[in-house]
Every structure is written in C-alpha cells, then in structure tokens.
Design a protein. Structure first.
Length: 518
C-alpha cells in the first residue's frame, strides 16, 4: 500500500508529546511491513534538533505549490528529509510565516492566534502532496485535530478527480480533549462551502471543530487503545463528541500504540549511564540509579526507592493527586523525580516541594530527552496517575526499562498494565500497580502497596521480569492498522461482497471541481 501519514509533529524533527513518537515509529513499522510510507509534517526550522543534517538530509522535493486559504493563494514548498538510518520518506511542509516560530502551537502559554489557518494550510498541503505523487496514494492517514480537515478534503475534493477516486482516509484520535475548535468566521479559511457548517458535519456548538470534521468524513477512525475507544463514546470521556463517535462506532477501532525499539531499549540506549538487559539488570540498573540521583542532586542511596514521573504538566496527568497527597508522600522514605513542563501551577508547586525537601524531591522543569531516558532507567517506580490517558507511552517505556508503573486504570493504561494480585502473580502477568478510583486515597494506598512489595525482592523481580519480557514493539499493532486501511479501502472501492452503505451524510450537490491551483 502507498500511505501518506500526516502529523503535526514527529521525532526527531519536532515533539511536544507522544504523538511525535507514534507518528514516526508507526510509519517505520508500516514501512518495515513492506508498505510505501511518506510521513509528512510542517517544517519548524527553529525547533529542529541542532546539527540535524547529520541525521537527515533536507532537499527540495516536488513542485512548489499554492493553495487557497480563504480568498488568498498561499504558497509553500515541499522538502524531503530522508533519514539516514531508516528507509522512511519524510516530507516537510515549508512555509516560514506559519511554522518558523519558537514553539509548535503556542507561546507564553497562549495558542498562536492563527492556529486554524496554520493547520488548514498544512491539511491542504498534505492533499496537494498526494496530487503530486506519480502513483496516487491508497491511504491518507490524518492524526489529531491539526489534520482533521484532511478527511474532508479527501472526500469532498480529492476523490472528485477520477485519478484520485480510490484514495481512502483514516483519522486517528490521539487525544479527544484537543479538538481544534475555532470561531465560525474561520470556516471560510477552509475554502469549503458553508453548507458543511452544520451540526452533523463541521460545526460544534456554533464553532468550527476540526477533529469532529475529521471524524465525520474519514472512511475509518482509530484511537490509540481499545479501552479509550469505548471510553470516548461516553459523556465522561467523549468531551462532547461521544454521540458523533457512537454514530460511527462501526468504523472506529482502538489500537494500542507500540514502542520504537531503536529509541527505547536499555540494552542500546546511549543516553543512560550503563546499558542493561533483563539478564544484566542487577548490574546495570543500580549504576543508572546512582547516575540519576547525581544528575538530579539527590543523595546517592541504593536502598531508597525512586519514584519517577515524566509528563506534560496538564490537568490530564494526575498532578492534582500528587498535590493532594504530597505531605503523605513526604513522610515516606522515598525519592521523587519529576520531569515536565506546562501548567505554571504544577511547575511552581513541584519546584517549591523540591526546595522544601531537597533530599526527597528533585524537579527538572523543561523538556529534556536525556533526562527522560535517565529517569526511565534510574527509577524503581514510575508514576502515571492520569485522570484519563488515551494510550500513554511512558508506562510501556518504564516496563521495558524494568521500572514498575503505578497507574490509574483508564484508557491505554488499563490495556497495558496488569495490576499485581496473587492471581496475576501466579499467572505471570503482573507488571505494575493500578487503581480504579481517581482519588488521593486510592493513589496513596497504591503507592504504599507498591512500596511494600518493593521490599520483597523476589516478587519485585518477577514483576520487573514480566514487564521487560513483554513485546511492546509495533509488530502486532502495525498489522491492525493495515487491517483498518483495508477496511477503509473496501468502503470506497466496493466489491460486491464488501460494499456497505456509507455513513457520511450524502453530498447534496454534484461533484465540485477540485481546487487545483498549481
Ligand atoms: P502525551 O502524549 O499525552 O504527552 P505519552 O505518554 O503518550 O503522553 O507521551 C509523552 C512523550 O513525551 C513521552 O515520550 C515522554 O517521554 C515525552 N515527554 C513528556 N514530557 C517530557 C519532557 N518534559 N521532557 C522530555 N520528554 C518528555
Ligand atoms: C496523546 C495521548 C497519549 C498517547 C499519545 C500518542 O498525546 O495523550 O495518551 O499515548 O497521544 O498516541
């Protein structure tokens, strides 16, 4: 299959969260299955890693293009960024006015005012890239709200051109909490007729909603874990889109993310002090633990359990539980290490806690790939008490590094962490600790339970072993995406056996001429 995977971020080019890891590692996994994959993202020169030309070669690609943004024509160009170490093709959308900025989506805590325009442009550029392919792609895979317009453009513009009639779209929801909602006067930016601005398609409580648009028009929809796929169909987790999703549940699949073995593997990780595997963990991990304590300026003690946390500091991630239970945590003989950035409230609270308890708490407020790897390797326990969690990657990274996660049992955390009980221990499946009720008391009880088991070295070893010997790579999940792509294609290239009624509301006008502005 010929696949275009569009994402607003992807490692190693630009990252604010797990989407960046998944965009690249899924693309690579699909390419390894023999598919022709092009990963496309904006070109953010200011956030690209220093010295990147050693890792990927950037060259002009295809023809410069112009797309309609409202009444204007906006120009852009494609750059190819071939990664030296993989066979993956990466295309960057170059438009300095939109993307040459210090951060991806916001500055000083405020979203860029023209975010709608920036990502309408990106979505149109992705479709433009498809038009420039010699062989049309089979699938255009959109990720999150930033590319939510892509399925609309595929269905309502691209496919009207007979050469592209066989292109199917897939929309993946990585986090339904972020929907790309903009005031209705941004609708003309999309270049689409106002007829689409209705409650069944692109409108949501009077606003333009890009994620809803993607969900409505995509041939298939996925989200990043089976449990989250069920949760988002409920008012508790659906953030208002639960009915839209329930209406499309036949086309919704939950596929658990995988992990890139090349980036997250203690046996080869060059960012940690000592490499180790399951066989050599007893030698390697204590070295990483001491190194973490030194790096974070904590007393170097091998007997004290280190509880680590790496996270965007937002309400999603359970920091309110940490705050609520902090004084109880401070009574325990533990060390806490936090890496993250985001909400000032949480940053300040944790910095203050570290000031008050310098022997127990260390914080790194900021973004650091190196410290993230050191925490995964050097901690004994990883905290992920998220209020909700579509998939979550750090609990899987932790298990790979022999660090036992404590999680709130939701979303992908429920699908990857098997709580320690006598029966899961004897079944050889226990790999972490989880709690059901999102309360401080449930959280602290689980921490105490984990610390109690930590003292029982034999049992702890078994839990570590279960986590480390599970295959968290993309092998299984990448095949599930291929099945989803096939189902999407069957919908638009119906065979007598597989045809089914389209769920998209029928278009009331004859096919329009595609906006081809080249
Ligand atoms: P989310 O995408 O909701 O932030 P995930 O668990 O899926 O959560 O992925 C988060 C990713 O971002 C992980 O790779 C994690 O290591 C990384 N990360 C988050 N905050 C930081 C930070 N401050 N420094 C380095 N890496 C971070
Ligand atoms: C989102 C989710 C996270 C998920 C990531 C990658 O940012 O919050 O749970 O792991 O996307 O899919």
């Amino acid at each position: 299959m010929n696949i275009i995977l569009a994402s607003s971020e992807a490692v190693p080019f630009a990252k604010t969260g797990g989407l960046a890891d998944v965009a690249t590692s899924l693309s690579e996994a699909l390419a390894n299955l023999g598919h022709d994959v092009t990963l496309v993202l904006p070109h953010y020169p200011q956030v690209m890693p220093q010295g990147h030309n050693g890792r990927f070669k950037i060259q002009p690609y295809g023809h410069p293009f112009a797309v309609k943004i409202g009444k204007r024509l906006q120009t852009g160009r494609f750059l190819s960024a071939k990664m030296v170490e993989t066979s993956l093709s990466v295309v960057l959308i170059d438009q300095p006015d939109y993307y040459d900025r210090p951060q991806l989506y916001l500055q000083d805590g405020t979203d860029y005012e023209d975010n709608c325009e920036r990502f309408v442009f990106f979505s149109r550029a992705v479709v433009e890239l498809a038009r420039q392919f010699t062989t049309p792609p089979d699938i255009i895979h959109a990720n999150d709200w930033q590319t939510g317009l892509v399925p609309v453009l595929v269905s309502e513009e691209l496919r009207k051109d007979p050469r592209f009639a066989g292109v199917a779209s897939v929309q993946t929801i990585h986090n339904i909490n972020y929907q790309g909602r903009f005031w209705h006067w941004d609708m003309p930016l999309t270049g689409l007729d106002w007829k689409y601005f209705n409650w069944k398609q692109m409108e949501f409580y009077g606003e333009l909603n890009l994620l809803k648009s993607g969900i409505t028009f995509a041939d298939m929809i996925t989200t990043v874990s089976p449990t989250y796929a069920r949760e988002i169909q409920t008012p508790e987790y659906g953030c208002g889109l639960e009915t839209v999703l329930r209406n499309r549940r036949e086309s919704l699949a939950g596929i658990l993310n995988g992990v890139s073995h090349a980036d997250w593997n203690p046996a080869t990780d060059w960012l940690i002090e000592s490499n180790y595997s399951l066989k050599s963990i007893d030698e390697g991990k204590p070295i990483c633990k001491a190194d973490l304590q030194e790096t974070m300026k904590l007393p170097v003690r091998d007997d004290v359990p280190i509880l680590g946390m790496i996270s965007r500091m937002t309400d999603q991630k359970g920091f309110d539980l940490i705050i609520e239970t902090s004084e109880l945590l401070m009574k325990m003989d533990i060390q806490l290490v936090f890496l993250g950035t985001g909400d000032r409230r949480y940053e300040t609270f944790l910095d203050d806690l570290a000031d008050r308890y310098p022997d127990k708490v260390a914080t790194y407020i900021g973004f650091s790939e190196e410290v993230a790897h050191k925490i995964e390797a050097g901690s004994d326990i990883f905290l992920m008490p998220s209020r909700f969690e579509p998939c979550g990657l750090n609990q899987m990274y932790s298990m790979i590094y022999g660090t036992v996660p404590i999680v709130h049992r939701v979303g992908g955390l429920a699908d990857s962490v098997v709580n320690v009980t006598t029966s899961t221990l004897s079944a050889g499946t226990a790999n972490g600790f989880s709690f059901d009720h999102y309360t401080g008391s449930a959280f602290i009880f689980t921490v105490q339970e984990a610390l109690r088991v930590f003292e029982d070295k034999q049992t702890w070893q078994k839990i570590v072993q279960n986590g480390m010997s599970t295959d968290w790579t993309w092998k299984r999940s990448a095949n599930q995406y291929v099945d989803v792509y096939q189902r999407a294609l069957e919908k638009i290239r119906p065979t007598p056996a597989s045809s089914e009624v389209s769920e998209n509301p029928p278009s009331t006008t004859p096919p329009t001429t595609p906006v081809d502005v080249r």
